[in-house]
Write a protein that binds this ligand. Structure first.
Ligand SMILES: *[C@@H]1O[C@H](CO)[C@@H](O)[C@H](O)[C@H]1NC(C)=O
Ligand SMILES: *[C@@H]1O[C@H](CO)[C@@H](O)[C@H](O)[C@H]1NC(C)=O
Ligand SMILES: *[C@@H]1O[C@H](CO)[C@@H](O)[C@H](O)[C@H]1NC(C)=O
Ligand SMILES: *[C@@H]1O[C@H](CO)[C@@H](O)[C@H](O)[C@H]1NC(C)=O
Ligand SMILES: *[C@@H]1O[C@H](CO)[C@@H](O)[C@H](O)[C@H]1NC(C)=O
Ligand SMILES: *[C@@H]1O[C@H](CO)[C@@H](O)[C@H](O)[C@H]1NC(C)=O
Length: 328
């Protein structure tokens, strides 16, 4: 009896190991998924390198990898496409590489796709497409300051540049995401050689509302092709005390609240409390600093005032707070 149990356990282990050598546990079959690093690729003197990786269920994984032009009815011939491993690193172990280099390309823009064929006549066509164009430029957007930090009210240039100048067509650049009107654009077009770049500068005075705004420069070039670059602005600004700041006098208890904004977030000071030990509650949120205190006052007259001072490295501002006398 004991021997039989041992044998059956041993057999079970051997059976599972044999069955699942390279196979998948049921219920964890992988889905079809294609990963293309870029959707728009430039034709480099008749050739284009396409980095590509895919995952597929086991039944399809050992199938044929087929690249096609426009639609699956036009598969590429071995003279037109060659497998090229090493262009894309697999992100997960179940991914396979499908990178290729295309040969003998014409000077036109074409779309290419990828499919797997297996069994008698089964196939899966991935819906993703990659566009190969005769001239593709990369766009770069940089503020012309030492750091990316701008200061509200101080003029700055944004530089949008294209890595190439496509022959025959002048690039058109549009700017998006700025909250106020730019001062001017300066065009600096370089030579009209096929492989030289193009850049355009925009003179702009940022306002506090531009802080954390995303600005985009979009370039249209070549045969109706566009590319864009984005940057998120950091706009430093002077402190401002908001009108919601005020004091309330209820019997002899005075409660004051000061709300301030600015980048970086300002510190709040109360001259009235200088050298005194009062509990000041301070709170900083995404946009505001709020400071609150409560004190007992025996001598509060209609002439008494409370001032709040707000400070950051750019400067300081103050406000004499209105006192709402609830006592009447
Ligand atoms: C704009 O950027 C391009 C590419 O980085 C550079 O060659 C060019 O000199 C820059 N222009 C200005 C005015 O900063
Ligand atoms: C570019 O777009 C315009 C207008 O949409 C169209 O008339 C033209 O044929 C397009 N050119 C190419 C090469 O696709
Ligand atoms: C506060 O109110 C005054 C007068 O109504 C106005 O001029 C000022 O711009 C306001 N300040 C803020 C920060 O909203
Ligand atoms: C009340 O009197 C004390 C002591 O004279 C003074 O320090 C304080 O500032 C006064 N408070 C107000 C609100 O005027
Ligand atoms: C308040 O101010 C007025 C005019 O500025 C002055 O005449 C009065 O004496 C002051 N009251 C107190 C309690 O300081
Ligand atoms: C408050 O602001 C005014 C005007 O900006 C300035 O003249 C004054 O010195 C400030 N007061 C304090 C106590 O900082």
């Amino acid at each position: 009896m004991m021997k039989w149990r041992l044998l059956s356990a041993l057999l079970r282990v051997l059976f599972m190991a044999g069955l699942c050598n390279g196979c998948l546990m049921s219920g964890s079959d992988y889905k079809f998924r294609l990963r293309l690093q870029e959707k728009l690729i430039g034709n480099e003197r008749g050739r284009a390198w396409i980095p590509c990786a895919f995952t597929a269920p086991m039944r399809a994984l050992s199938g044929r990898q087929v690249w096609f032009r426009r639609s699956p009815e036009f598969p590429l011939s071995p003279a037109e496409v060659q497998k090229k491993d090493g262009l894309m690193r697999p992100m997960i172990s179940t991914e396979s590489e499908c990178s290729v280099v295309l040969w003998d390309l014409q000077d036109t823009t074409e779309e290419y796709g990828f499919m797997l064929e297996w069994g008698a006549n089964e196939r899966h066509v991935f819906p993703d497409r990659v566009k190969v164009a005769s001239c593709v430029a990369k766009v770069e957007l940089t503020p012309s300051t030492y750091s990316n930090d701008l200061v509200a009210g101080e003029e700055t240039f944004f530089n949008c540049s294209l890595s190439k100048h496509c022959p025959g067509i002048d690039p058109k650049i549009t700017w998006k995401g700025l909250s106020s009107k730019p001062l001017l654009t300066q065009k600096s077009q370089k030579e009209m050689h096929k492989y030289s770049g193009y850049s355009e500068q925009l003179l702009y005075t940022p306002i506090p509302e531009d802080h954390r705004a995303e600005i985009t420069c979009e370039a249209t070039f070549g045969e109706n092709l566009t590319a864009s670059a984005k940057t998120i602005l950091t706009v430093h600004s002077h402190p401002q005390i908001l009108n919601s700041s005020a004091c309330t006098l209820l019997q002899d208890r005075l409660t004051c609240v000061c709300v301030s904004q600015g980048v970086p977030l300002p510190d709040i000071h109360w001259p009235l409390l200088q050298n005194k030990h009062y509990l000041i509650k301070s709170r900083a949120s995404y946009k505001h600093t709020t400071s609150t205190f409560t004190m007992t006052v025996g001598n509060f007259t209609s002439n008494s005032t409370v001032m709040c001072i707000s400070r950051n490295y750019l400067g300081q501002t103050n406000m004499t707070l209105p006192v709402n006398n609830i006592n009447g």
